[in-house]
Design a protein around this ligand. Sequence first.
Ligand code: SME
Length: 173
Amino acid sequence: MQRKNTLFDSYLCTVEQIVLNPNASKARKYELALKQIKMLCEGEANLIANLANITALLKETFQWFWVGFYIVDNDELVLGPFQGPVACTRIQRGKGVCGTAWASKESILVPDVTKFRGHIACNAASLSEIVIPILKNNEVLAVLDVDSDRLDAFDGTDRKFLELLERIVSALF
Ligand code: SME
């Protein structure tokens, strides 16, 4: 069978297999990733399994330095499923980019982590970062943290699609 020359090849898309056109735009990669994430999480009730697969899929799609969840636990953020190097285990509310996103309930885009006062450097190779709080009933349940080893790696497209992902992840809790 001839492969279709599209980013998302419906003949080949299974839960385990994605077909990515390496020349696709970032937006198209996000569209495919979100579609894939919905398929992966459909029918699976285990939160950790779903969050783990989401981080794996995002890492595979975007080759980010680090991507993972911190989950609110007894008034702290505690490291959850992630892909990338070993990271800080606990973050206090209002501390670092993650704790600030938790306290403000707002996404935070940091083009240069050295310019963010209080940034927590889990790894010196991380140069820019985006953090998206996961909300349910106006309460933050977790944050999604993405780190890049390039400066200024994230933009409005990342924010837009990661906030769409936030809606999917919120429904998993
Ligand atoms: N840089 C984050 C800490 C988490 S690690 O980047 C994985 C922060 O300032 O909250």
